[in-house]
Write a protein that binds this ligand. Structure first.
Ligand code: SF4
Length: 160
């Protein structure tokens, strides 16, 4: 396969978010990469077995993920993260484009775990697992850096 970037499904317009919406990103680079077949999409929360729609959840104390109602959904989040990692390993993918601020996909900041609308420094469950396995994780505000990483790691042209 030519897949090079594991990509949050909601960024490519798939309506998989907790509220049943997508967060499709209109950027010509993304469209070009998609057309070239570089992007393999996954929604870790759906892959982990959660439905659409689903209650919003946040990553909080002791690495547990809970809904505002207090249900512990950590297992599903971790299952989804392992699915995402397995996809990267199966296809030799070393780069990821994940939705910012999500308790699964956020790569620099996440909601606080107190459902107070505050962002704190931290990583979602999937972003952390991928990074721990050497996969470079970018978010939708970091397309420049992702483009550079794609150039830097471009496969060598096949010899004649
Ligand atoms: Fe998007 Fe990731 Fe949330 Fe799925 S888990 S809806 S891919 S941000």
């Amino acid at each position: 396969s030519g897949f090079r970037v594991l990509t949050s499904a909601c960024l490519l317009g798939q309506p998989v978010r907790y509220d049943g919406q997508a967060k499709g990103l209109a950027d010509p680079r993304l469209a070009q990469w998609e057309k070239a077949g570089l992007l393999l999409t996954v929604c870790p929360e759906v892959a982990g077995g959660l439905p659409v729609p689903r209650p919003a959840a946040e990553l909080g104390e002791k690495g547990r993920v809970r809904t505002e109602g207090g249900d512990d959904v950590s297992l599903a989040f971790h299952r989804g993260a392992r699915v995402a990692l397995a996809l990267c390993q199966r296809y030799g993918i070393r780069l990821a484009l994940l939705k910012a601020n999500s308790p699964s996909c956020g790569n620099t900041r996440i909601y606080s775990g107190r459902f107070d609308g505050q962002l704190v420094v931290g990583e979602g469950v999937t972003a952390a697992l991928l990074r721990q396995h050497g996969i470079e994780v970018f978010n939708e505000t970091q397309l420049d850096q992702l483009a550079q990483a794609l150039d830097r790691t471009a496969p060598a042209p096949a010899a004649d």
